[in-house]
Design a protein around this ligand. Structure first.
Ligand code: SF4
Length: 280
């Protein structure tokens, strides 16, 4: 035998590598089954220890967000706030009144209201009780009349009769929270300071898995992280329109929805894609 060549030794286990037994012939995969402990074949054990590929679906991946925005643009090009207004003050009042009402209802009330009280000073001169009959049909009229009159008095006393264009100043007005402030800043002052999270944005953001939160504050934070800032106001309006037209609360019109094949909402009424139980 030439030098340097070691003759092959019999296996100590009695199983020669590559030897095919009756069992392995029946089940070829058995040979590849890695063993652990004594007698383990390290290269096979290493292969088995590889982590399984995780489900790579990421609902907030930039490419998905871009697609959602693109489809919203096609559906709702150039939409804006549905509340009728001619000044920042009128928009502020209409937004306060819309909190527990519909935009349609508010638009029925405001022409007469602003005809009767044309300026913020006119509202500031009222008591909440005097305003109540004029806004009764919008619901929550006792609270809303306090908010509107209180906001008018503060605007007249602290801001020289001008609706402020800063978030912190708007939030200092009675009855004004981030949603109302975002509407006024985005729609009237063209400032993208946040995303308007009303009932439609709340519902649709969850259906589209853009957030898993259930409170407006955290939903807004999530949306601000994934939607480009220059889109915040437009995105809000587009989603609000989508909520009115197609993605309605009780029975969304999924069969007519151009977002259908990228939406996995649990309460879809029709679907061509898998449903995600938590997407609601
Ligand atoms: S597919 Fe249905 S649930 Fe999803 S966004 Fe469209 S209307 Fe809403």
């Amino acid at each position: 035998m030439p030098r340097g060549i070691t003759p092959r030794q019999p296996s100590r286990t009695g199983h020669h590598e590559g030897t095919r037994t009756a069992a392995s012939r029946k089940n070829p995969g058995a040979l590849r089954t890695p063993r652990t402990g004594e007698g383990a074949r390290p290269h096979l054990v290493r292969a088995a220890a590889k982590p399984r590929r995780k489900n790579s679906y990421n609902p907030t991946a930039p490419v998905r967000i871009e697609e959602i925005l693109k489809r919203l643009d096609t559906l709702y090009a150039g939409v804006t706030c549905a509340l009728h207004h001619k000044t920042a003050w009128e928009l502020l009042v209409a937004t306060i009144l819309s909190a527990q009402s519909t935009d349609v209802r508010v638009n029925m009330v405001t022409p007469e209201l602003f005809g009767k009280y044309p300026t913020v000073q006119d509202f500031a001169a009222l008591t909440p009780e005097q305003l109540q009959p004029d806004i009764r049909s919008t619901g929550f009229f006792r609270n809303n009349s306090k908010s509107v009159v209180g906001a008018a008095k503060k605007i007249v006393s602290d801001f020289n009769g001008q609706v402020p264009d800063q978030m912190d100043q708007l939030l200092a007005l009675p009855g004004v929270a981030r949603k109302t402030a975002n509407v006024v800043l985005g729609t009237w002052f063209k400032k993208n300071e946040g995303v308007v999270v009303d009932t439609h944005v709340h519902r649709i953001s969850r259906r589209l898995e853009l957030t898993s939160h259930d409170d407006p504050k955290n939903i807004e934070q999530d949306l601000m992280k994934i939607i480009p800032r220059e889109r915040w106001t437009l995105f809000s309006h587009q989603v609000i329109w989508h909520g009115r037209k197609l993605c309605i609360a009780r029975r969304p019109k999924c069969a007519d929805c151009p977002l259908e094949n990228i939406c996995h909402a649990a309460d879809k009424t029709w679907s061509t894609v898998e449903i995600h139980k938590k997407a609601k």
